[in-house]
Design a protein around this ligand. Structure first.
Ligand code: C2E
Ligand code: MG
Ligand code: MG
Ligand code: MG
Length: 280
């Protein structure tokens, strides 16, 4: 009987892994046409000033609406897109859609706030990324100061010179850059100082453990005071509880993003949040 179980288990695992690769193949194939088929959409998560509870910016987060598989989260298809190179047209679509959305919100009566777009390392390494962003901003007549790029710590460390040059050029024209998921990589202080970035986003793993784990709290505290000394803005990611908000306030970190305030939401809902006067 044990043997039968064993082989049944074997068959089970085998089937599961077959299914995974089949799914991967299907996703890779379908991703090629996802833009043309209108299957990508953006959700927006507000960045909140915890003192006024007002929206001070939004982050665009991509979703793939697959006809058979439903909504596919970015962590499931961005890596595939990076592998196949589709990440570049996808992020060009994200940039365009996010900028157009801000203009649309403005038409609908919202205060304008900057929109942040996540940029993958693969895209950042493209020699023409700077020019293509400039072209887009010109075509849409979009103020560069309303566009922010979020780049992970590890992507920034990848090819220092190229990356620094691109970021410096972007900064020159007014596009700002944030370091995303900060604290998960290995940036040194002096390296941080050499980068033309305007903001650090503290990774949500520290925020999550901050209330219960003194090491995480110490790290968050250190990141915040270091950012201040370097003159960088700071955003706490993944804020979920009142207690975390209180701790951030105490540490004088006033910008937060997280489910406590709002999940990523469709554009109409984001507009509502921006135009509602928050109860304080
Ligand atoms: P990220 O840029 O760090 O974005 C934050 C992620 O954390 C989002 O997940 C958001 O929904 C989630 N989040 C926000 N607040 C909370 C919270 O309070 N609790 C928890 N548990 N999670 C929270 P999402 O939308 O699934 O995106 C995951 C990642 O996918 C993003 O992490 C980003 O790295 C990547 N991504 C999304 N869109 C793009 C894109 O257009 N290009 C690239 N390269 N990456 C993207
Ligand atoms: Mg981000
Ligand atoms: Mg992040
Ligand atoms: Mg993160």
């Amino acid at each position: 009987e044990a043997k039968e179980n064993g082989s049944a288990q074997y068959r089970f695992y085998d089937a599961a892994s077959d299914q995974t690769s089949l799914e991967q193949v299907m996703l890779e194939r379908d991703l090629e046409n996802a833009i043309a088929n209108g299957q990508l959409r953006l959700l927006y998560q507000p960045k909140i000033d915890i003192r006024s509870r007002r929206t001070v910016g939004v982050e665009a987060l991509v979703r793939w609406q697959h006809p058979l598989l439903g909504t596919i989260p970015p962590l499931k298809f961005i890596p595939l897109a990076e592998k196949s190179g589709m990440i570049v047209p996808i992020e060009q679509w994200v940039l365009r859609t996010a900028c157009m959305q801000v203009k649309q919100w403005e038409l609908e009566g919202s205060e304008v706030v900057p929109v942040a777009v996540n940029i993958s390392q693969i895209h950042l390494m493209k020699p023409d990324i700077y020019q293509s962003i400039i072209d887009l901003l010109q075509e849409l007549d979009f103020p560069p100061s309303l566009l922010e790029l979020e780049i992970t710590e590890s992507a920034m460390m990848h090819n220092e010179e190229h990356v620094i040059r691109i970021l410096e050029n972007l900064k020159q024209v007014g596009v700002s850059v944030s370091m995303d998921d900060f604290g998960t990589g290995y940036s040194s202080l002096s390296y941080l100082q050499s980068l033309p970035i305007g903001c650090l986003k503290i990774d949500r793993s520290f925020i999550h453990k901050m209330a219960t784990d003194s090491d995480s709290r110490a790290i968050a505290e250190m990141i915040i005071s270091m950012a201040k000394q370097l003159g960088l803005d700071i955003v706490a990611e993944g804020v979920e509880t009142e207690e975390q908000v209180a701790m951030l306030r105490h540490l004088e970190c006033y910008n937060a993003q997280g489910y406590f305030y709002s999940k990523p939401v469709p554009p109409e809902r984001a507009l509502q949040q921006m135009t509602d006067i928050p109860a304080s």
